[in-house]
Design a protein around this ligand. Structure first.
Ligand code: AMP
Length: 286
């Protein structure tokens, strides 16, 4: 823990650190606390922006599209999209002190330790805060009950969106995923045409192809190979699925079954979150 306290910076880091050592921390140390007994915020209608910005979490299996939809929503709501998987990959590519340790864990499809994740996350939150960011959409965090409990000790989560997709499609999507090594944009080469079976509806998704300037620079994530994807799905079931139940019991979970690719899913997701006319309402209020 001493090494951890050196790695952590003040504020978020000290809050996370104290929670990691199981000391209870008051939410009011970083922001006004909402009454725990009150019902969770219904999306948007009870706009929290008077006091603070949206604090949302995206859950879902690897490959479901958390990054895609969380980044679209972050642009719409004006809050940062913070993906712990991206923080881990940035650390990996920086060849910093943690990168060796991380590479082995990530490439085996396992979860990184809570200490490392809280360290990366608190650094990211503090860097954002110093640039005037407020609120967040967290993607890929929390991934264990312990992470969720610690997060609850340091701040209040308004809404948790759980994206769902059948497993055969998740695997196809992960294997088709590509990233442009130059601009960092994500694409997907998979053309998905999954027939209805075992109660799952038919699902089609068009590929998301790169523009010509990116197509020669595409790379595949080292953990997007079939054995590692299958392992990550198993790890999700064992360690992350209980987090869905944790938030379900708090009444904060909104489940969303993706009906297809982005063109079909995005408008339906906005509808499910009561955000379909959010842009209009915001400009009317301005
Ligand atoms: P993702 O991009 O969310 O699939 O994350 C890639 C990898 O980063 C995961 O397979 C884990 O090894 C690690 N990782 C990301 N977020 C977390 C987290 N909240 N807790 C533990 N490990 C994480």
């Amino acid at each position: 823990m001493a090494a951890l306290s050196r790695l952590f910076k003040p504020q978020f880091s000290s809050l996370f650190q104290r929670s990691l050592s199981t000391t209870t921390v008051s939410v009011s140390e970083i922001q006004p606390q909402r009454d725990k007994s009150s019902k969770p915020l219904p999306p948007i209608t009870d706009d929290p922006q008077g006091s603070r910005n949206f604090q949302w979490v995206f859950l879902g299996c690897p490959g479901v599209g958390k990054g895609t939809y969380a980044s679209r929503l972050s642009a719409l709501l004006g809050v940062p999209h913070i993906a712990t998987g991206d923080l881990v990959r940035d650390e990996l590519s920086s060849s910093g002190p943690l990168s060796h340790q991380l590479e082995e864990v990530v490439n085996q499809g396992k979860l990184v330790s809570d200490e490392i994740i809280f360290n990366l996350l608190s650094k990211r939150l503090e860097a954002g805060e110093s640039k005037g960011e407020s609120g967040f959409i967290l993607d890929g965090f929390p991934r264990t009950i312990r992470q969720a409990e610690i997060l609850d000790e340091v701040t209040e989560i308004d809404l948790v969106v759980n994206l769902k997709l059948r497993e055969d499609v998740l695997i196809e999507k992960c294997l088709g995923r590509r990233i442009c090594s130059e601009c960092g944009k994500g694409f997907n080469l998979a053309s998905i045409n999954a027939k209805a079976e075992n109660g799952d509806p038919e699902i089609t998704m068009a590929p998301l192809l790169p523009p010509p300037q990116c197509s020669s620079k595409l790379i595949t994530r080292a953990d997007d190979t079939e054995p590692v994807v299958r392992k990550r799905l198993r790890v999700y079931k064992e360690q992350s699925e209980p987090v869905e139940d944790y938030y379900r019991k708090q009444g904060k979970l909104t489940e969303f079954n993706l009906p297809g690719g982005i063109p079909e899913s995005w408008p339906k997701l906005l509808e499910a979150l009561h955000l379909d006319d959010y842009g209009d309402r915001k400009s009317a209020a301005a």
